[in-house]
Design a protein around this ligand. Sequence first.
Ligand SMILES: Cc1cc2nc3c(=O)[nH]c(=O)nc-3n(C[C@H](O)[C@H](O)[C@H](O)COP(=O)(O)O)c2cc1C
Length: 173
Amino acid sequence: MTEFKEISPLELQENAFKLIGKDWMLISAQNQGHVNAMTASWGGVGVMWAKNVAFVVIRPQRYTKEFVDGSEKFSISFFKEEYKKMLNYFGTVSGRDEDKISTANLAMMFDSGVPYYKESKLTLFCKKLYSQQLDEKSFLDRKLIDVWYPKSDYHTLYVAEIEKVLVKAESLN
Ligand SMILES: Cc1cc2nc3c(=O)[nH]c(=O)nc-3n(C[C@H](O)[C@H](O)[C@H](O)COP(=O)(O)O)c2cc1C
C-alpha cells in the first residue's frame, strides 16, 4: 500500500508524551483469526536490551489482553484528532459485547498478520519480548495502589520490540 511509508524509529518526529498520553493509541492484535482493539493512554517508547521498544500496560479484564497474550505480535496505531471520538468508543466498549472495528467502520489491513488501519496516521508493529503483571509488593509509592488498584486488577506490562514503523505519507509533509 503506497499510502504508507516505512520509516525507522529514529525518524519519528512526534512527541511521545503527547502522542500516547494526550492523543491516545489503539492496541490491536489478532488471535485465531479474530482481531480486537482497545484504546490506551499509558505506555511509552524507548530502548531496552539494545532494541527499540514500546511498552503498554493492560488490565486483566480487557478482552484485548486475550488477543495480545495469544499472539506473538501486536500493533499500536495513532490517529488524527478527528478520530478522538472513535478512540473513546474503543476505550469504553468491550469487544466482548460489540465488534468495535466493524461498528467504527475502520478499514483493517494486515502486515505479516498484524492488524492496522487505513485511517491511522502512524502504526508501530511490535513483537513481544517480556510480559509481567505488576506486583503489589513492588510498589514503592503505596498511594498508587489506593488510587489505581482498589480492585487489585493490576496491569500486565508488555515490553515489545518495534519491528516496523509505518507512517502515512501525508503526515510527513
Ligand atoms: C483514554 C483511555 C485510555 C485507556 N488506557 C488504558 C490502558 O492503558 N490500559 C488498559 O488496560 N485500559 C485502558 N483503557 C480502558 C480500555 O480501553 C477499555 O476498558 C476498553 O473498553 C477495553 O476493551 P476490550 O475489552 O475490547 O479490550 C483506556 C480507556 C480510555 C478511554
